[in-house]
Write a protein that binds this ligand. Structure first.
Ligand code: TRP
Length: 324
């Protein structure tokens, strides 16, 4: 099985990115051939100025390497350095009925969030995603729940392509990350840079401390001496997700033997300690090294992409692919 997944370079890498995706990516490396990439074309759907994403591309790549994506074992690349994906996207779009993309729930959400920039790229976003996957003939796609609708659409388009022309592509399937979508520091929404409720991973300890201490806790516990309600407390949810001894702290909380603030302080210190090895790797990565890794990975991805385009163009009935 070949694995493929990508992430958009839209802001600081956070705990939701790590637990909801990257951690799984790292584990898959020991079993499968993996392709991971920074989706800078996709980022243009919401920020048309590519210059603004430059720092984010470096940061995201460095963060992925820091948390354990190994460029020697996996192909780590930059989407726009493999422009073949754009041609494959074009060919896929020809067999995609408009009604299929119009009903995508994420498109409707995005159109609501950015009413002044509802572009065609936003509508075809999942088809570009399909081109990413099919370009390397990926069959396992590790993603969070929020991406399931896209994957379903990609599967339909794959079947349609294979039916229309020739069985060129394996039908990819989602490998769901087990972690539930964790809520951000507001305790309400999924962690997201735009909402501003994130907890960093490779950030400086002071940053993480500040973010964790800002977390909304048990609202039904006005005083420290009142018993807490771990089941409905976001901080306690983190304990359960991350720590083996979570039950001990849930019990202390129920008995009012630990306050919300102390629980947050401890959470912050433990997270900082957990992420220390990541920060150490991160400190060693220069922009030059990261660029080289991306260049090499992109060249490897391109070799696969060229071969796929040869087959695809032939199946569709176009002149042979010219290597550029
Ligand atoms: N849409 C994904 C996200 O926002 C990123 C992505 C782009 C992706 N292309 C992909 C994920 C292909 C999996 C496969 O997280």
């Amino acid at each position: 099985m070949r694995i493929l997944s990508g992430m958009r370079p839209t802001g600081r890498f956070h705990l939701g990115n790590y637990l909801g995706a990257a951690k799984n990516w790292v584990e898959l490396q020991s079993k499968y051939e993996c392709f991971y990439f920074v989706a800078d074309y996709h980022a243009l759907t919401t920020e048309p100025d590519g210059h603004k994403a430059e720092d984010n591309v470096f940061d995201l790549t460095a963060d992925l390497i820091s948390v354990g994506i190994d460029p020697k074992r996996s192909v780590l690349y930059l989407q726009s350095k493999v422009p073949e994906v754009a041609e494959l996207f074009l060919l896929l779009s020809m067999v995609t009925p408009l009604s299929w993309v119009l009903r995508t729930p994420t498109f409707k959400d995005m159109a609501k969030q950015h009413p002044d920039n509802v572009n065609l790229g936003l509508l075809s976003y999942p088809i570009l995603q399909g081109a990413d996957i099919l370009m390397v003939k990926g069959s396992g796609v590790p993603v969070g729940k929020d991406q399931l609708a896209h994957l379903e659409l990609v599967r339909e388009v794959t079947r349609k392509f294979n039916r229309t022309y020739a069985p060129v592509f394996p039908e990819p399937r989602a490998l769901l990350t087990e972690t539930n979508l964790i809520k951000g520091t507001d305790g309400k929404q999924r962690m997201s840079k735009t909402v501003g409720n994130i907890i960093g991973v490779t950030d400086e300890p002071e940053v993480i401390r500040k973010q964790v201490l800002s977390m909304v806790t048990d609202v039904k516990r006005p005083r420290k001496t009142d018993p807490g309600h771990p089941r409905s407390c976001n901080v306690c949810a983190y304990y359960k997700l991350l720590f083996d001894d979570w039950e001990h702290y849930w019990e202390l909380c129920r008995k009012a033997q630990i306050g919300c603030f102390d629980k947050k302080k401890l959470l912050a210190e433990r997270l900082i300690e957990m992420f220390l090895p990541f920060r150490e790797v991160r400190a060693e990565l220069s922009p030059e090294l990261v660029t080289r890794i991306l260049d090499e990975g992109s060249e490897r991805a391109r070799n696969v992409a060229r071969q796929t385009l040869r087959e695809t163009r032939q199946a569709v009935g176009l002149p042979p692919y010219l290597d550029r």
